[in-house]
Design a protein around this ligand. Sequence first.
Ligand code: DGP
Length: 216
Amino acid sequence: MEIIIQQTIKKMNRGLFIALEGLDKSGKSTQAKLLSQKLNAQKVSFPDRTTQLGVIISDYLRGNKNMSDEVIHLLFSANRWEQHTSIFNQLQNGTNIVSDRYAFSGVAFSAAKGLPIEWCKAPDAGLIQPDITFYLTAPIEELCKRGDYGREIYENSSFQHRVGSFFDILALQENFYKIDALKSIDEIQAEILNHISEKLKNNSLLQQKKLWKQVL
Ligand code: DGP
């Protein structure tokens, strides 16, 4: 199926931009890696912990640095803007991009702390909108059992419940698909590829959009 998808994307004259979002330990990174291999895509990850901003974000997530909710939100957003030109150029050159988290995480995690949704969205406005976003979700009680859970500050079940409720709102948008993260790795990958293939059958993906065209 991936060959057909790749051939269809070629006709778009630009790369396809896919984002994987979800709760912590939902298996996004595994799926992002597999999908980028299948679609011959460049994988990007947010937060990108390799930049100077990413190092500060990583320190915050590990509980080594205190920051206000507003400041860390803006740093996460700036960390996405750091890659904006590179992502834009690669898509223009026909390279597919698979992003392990993106601006939807910014909204879900910061709104879960009580920041207003519109305020959360503002700094990411103008970033390239993914063509398709997948949201991996499962009961938090199941995800908590997965290895290493609880290492970073957001990995606690009451907070993840709130994050999930905001992701659920975001998932009502067009081109946003909710995926059951308890399925097997292969089943999830097949479901993702199916959605992409279906989506490519109509022409709605030809136009590249910017965040946030759709209203929540
Ligand atoms: P990950 O490397 O995918 O495990 O993500 C690290 C953590 O950061 C995870 O708990 C989700 C959270 N996160 C990702 N993006 C954002 C963002 O833009 N804002 C906030 N507040 N949290 C984010």
